[in-house]
Design a protein around this ligand. Structure first.
Ligand code: PNS
Length: 159
């Protein structure tokens, strides 16, 4: 049974993230979405809020579960018996850093493979940080993020 990991900060989840998770769920028997609990920078949403937003957005997918992790991704993948990491690639600019992380993870945990799915063109420009920036200054992110995320952003930046 092939089990894959979709890791990320998901601060907040975007439609691009959801699309990558949906596609991973079609490719693998079981997918764990791993939310990084302690990213280097201060997150806008707590890990519990991010988990709740993701759970609502992927409720339609049967073979996916959500977990949080801290520390090294390779340790989390080993503990949960996840042998493949699935990540989305938006543009060539993503590739350099993603390649470096994939190779570091493979060096730390031989046998742990990273595969990339190319982001759908409709979400290629999307990132959590841009979404936060637009929402912070009152712009609409409806249609770019799941409805629950859009609502949470509006509430967070209200007033
Ligand atoms: O959504 P992001 O912020 O691009 O996700 C990055 C993530 C969570 C995949 C990456 O930061 C990560 O794996 N962090 C865990 C710490 C770790 O293992 N670092 C070494 C990676 S080579």
């Amino acid at each position: 049974m092939a089990r894959a990991l979709c890791p990320g900060s998901f601060d907040p989840p975007t439609n691009g993230h959801i699309n990558v998770i949906e596609r991973a769920a079609r490719l693998f028997d079981h997918v764990v979405v791993g939310i990084l609990a302690n990213p280097g920078k201060e997150p806008l949403f707590t890990v519990e809020e991010r988990e709740e937003m993701l759970a609502e957005a992927i409720a339609h997918i049967d073979n996916v579960e959500i977990e949080t992790f801290s520390g090294l991704l390779v340790d989390f993948a080993t503990e949960r018996d996840l042998s493949v990491i699935v990540k989305g690639l938006r543009a060539v600019s993503d590739f350099e850093y993603e390649l470096q992380m994939a190779q570091m993870n493979a060096a730390l945990s031989p046998g742990l493979d990273t595969i990339f799915v190319t982001t759908m063109p409709s979400w290629a420009f999307l990132s959590s940080s841009l979404v936060k920036q637009v929402a912070r200054y009152g712009g609409s992110v409806d249609g770019l993020v799941p409805p629950g995320v859009s609502k949470a952003l509006k509430e967070r930046f209200a007033g």
